[in-house]
Design a protein around this ligand. Structure first.
Ligand code: GDP
Length: 535
């Protein structure tokens, strides 16, 4: 019973946005209002480099900072809210996709002047694929921005789902008067200033229309009119549709002024779902695999490693594995097992993440994120249990879009290079391919910055200096076939194109966009996968 009560009061979500839309500001305010931090400005330090840069310091900062605060837990209105950070730079988008597999809902922040921007669009796609419920926050209403009806229209088009405005702005920019809360039928009056608390804002019921009209003039009447239009044109609130990822509630506000933020935090608690059930493979002793459903309140502990990150501390070469708990309860001293290797885990410390600090976990339930240090042996996508033979699927790896060949400068450092590549591959910092025909290792990335980070880390963490040379490959596809025989025939036909990745999955390396089509015509029974799910 307590398990059920505990999981029901958990909310695990991520903020998705385009750089500069206001994610950092909003994160900080959410932490501030939940009492998780005392001082405004405390999150600012974690701000990562937002713009394309090859400056090592920036990269280091980004990594270091994201270790410290990539998960933030706060309690709010008797709920436990877990906020997962998504890396800001587009070159690390793969990391972001994986973080999104660990949340139950997303908060989309858009800049009211810019609408839905490119990076948000990519993240939306991932949420859509998983039917993740999305709450929309339209930020920066204190600026000269676009018409709110226009913004709703764009959100509907981009998200391909109806919007349901919950708050509505009165004016904008210099004439921003506040927001009307459609549910409470009242207006919250805007006041600029970053030291305001939600309870400091004046609230006037809409029934006092004359008073509001006298105070806000035309802006108020215009707002009522456009609100009516919006209500007429948009969907009625339907909680079930939201939970199924088919409708998004929309809020307006100004993050930097703490305005409209509490409404969003309340929405996370009131609207977004607690941890749900997940499907998993159950592996019997005989090796037979069956599908099973894991419920968050199940007694047995299970979770998935969705992120592995090297510690910034150069004196400790350990890494932190982040586990999203799917079921059961974690307690200190519990025996844990990695399904893939069937090895027992004996983490020296298991931590939870409280905005600015890590703390030893006392207990953690489904929806929570725990982290433990590892010296290897744990990979992204690994399922951790207290004994059951479960394997969750669904952690995505995307076919890289750019490749480089690794050339070691000092051949005596081969062992270090191999260890470094293996670990960085396990961490998902980059994809590592070992050509079956031998020769230099290949690196595959989604963003250019990943190469620079890996080259830098090989040197500083593994003392292996490498040169990265252009590669003839432009893409890769993981391949499978119904029978080993068919796969074998394919391997024989393309011996120079075969490679194995860090998880030992077989891939076909392509040099042109036509490669896959031609190979497919020749071998119709081979399946080419642009995405690999950890199995
Ligand atoms: P991020 O890149 O999405 O994390 O964005 P930040 O939170 O760092 O915000 C980007 C810039 O927009 C910063 O200079 C913020 O101070 C500013 N900003 C954030 N929210 C608001 C807002 O509501 N109004 C105005 N005028 N500026 C804002």
């Amino acid at each position: 019973m307590t398990y059920e009560k505990e999981t029901r009061r958990r909310r695990t979500f991520a903020i998705i946005s385009h750089p500069d839309a206001g994610k950092t500001t909003l994160t900080e305010k959410l932490l501030l209002f939940s009492g998780a931090i005392q001082i405004a400005g405390a999150v600012k330090g974690r701000k990562a480099s937002r713009h394309a840069t090859s400056d090592w310091m920036e990269i280091e900062k980004q990594r270091g900072i994201s270790v410290a605060s990539s998960v933030m837990q706060m309690s709010y209105r008797d709920h436990v809210v877990n906020l997962l950070d998504t890396p800001g730079h587009k070159d690390f988008s793969e990391d972001t996709y994986r973080v999104l597999t660990a949340v139950d809902s997303a908060l989309m922040v858009i800049d009211a002047a810019n609408g839905v921007e490119s990076q948000t669009r990519r993240l939306i796609e991932v949420c859509r694929q998983r039917d993740t419920p999305i709450i929309t926050f339209v930020n920066k209403m204190d600026r000269e921005v676009r018409d709110p009806l226009d913004i709703l229209d764009e959100v509907e088009r981009e998200l391909k789902m109806p919007c349901c405005p919950i708050t509505w702005p009165v004016g904008q920019g210099k004439s921003f008067g506040g927001i009307i809360n459609m549910q409470t039928q009242s207006m919250t009056v805007f006041q600029a200033g970053s030291d305001k608390r939600p309870q400091d804002f004046e609230v006037i019921p809409l029934s006092e229309g004359d008073k509001l009209r006298a105070r806000f003039g035309r802006a108020f009447d215009d707002a009522l009119e456009s609100m009516e239009l919006a209500q007429g044109a948009s969907a009625e609130w339907d909680h079930q549709a939201f939970l199924e990822g088919k409708l998004t509630p929309v809020f307006f506000g100004s993050g930097v002024n703490n305005f409209g933020v509490m409404e969003v935090l309340d929405a996370v608690v009131d609207m977004s779902p607690p941890p749900g059930k997940r499907t998993s493979r159950l592996i019997a002793k005989s090796g037979d695999v069956t599908e099973t459903t894991i419920h968050p309140e199940d007694k047995a502990f299970s979770g998935v490693v969705f992120k592995v990150q090297a510690n910034m501390d150069a004196n400790h070469r350990d890494r932190i594995a982040f586990v999203r708990i799917a079921s059961g309860k974690y307690m200190p001293g519990m025996k844990l097992k990695v399904q893939r290797t069937t090895k027992e885990l004996r983490p020296t410390s298991v931590v939870t993440f409280m905005s600015q600090r890590r703390e030893a976990v006392e207990e953690a339930f489904a929806g929570d994120i725990i982290g433990f240090t590892t010296h290897g042996g744990v990979q992204l996508g690994d399922t951790i249990t207290d004994g059951a033979n479960l394997q969750f699927t669904g952690l995505p790896f995307f076919a890289p879009e750019m490749f480089a060949t690794v050339v070691l400068k000092n051949p005596l450092r081969t062992k270090q290079l191999q260890q470094g590549l293996m670990q960085l591959g396990e961490e998902g910092a980059i994809q590592v391919f070992k050509p079956d025909a031998g020769g230099n290792m290949l690196l595959g990335a989604v963003g250019q910055l990943q190469f620079e980070v890996v080259q830098h880390r090989l040197k500083t963490e593994y003392d292996a200096e490498v040169r990265l040379e252009p590669s003839q490959y432009t893409s890769a596809r993981w391949i499978s076939a119904e029978t080993p025989d068919e796969l074998r025939k394919f391997e024989i036909a393309y011996p120079l194109r075969m490679a194995h990745d860090a998880a030992n999955a077989l891939a076909y390396m392509c040099t042109s966009p036509y490669d896959v089509r031609l190979a497919q015509e020749r071998f119709p029974k081979i399946t080419f996968h642009p995405l690999r799910e950890h199995a």
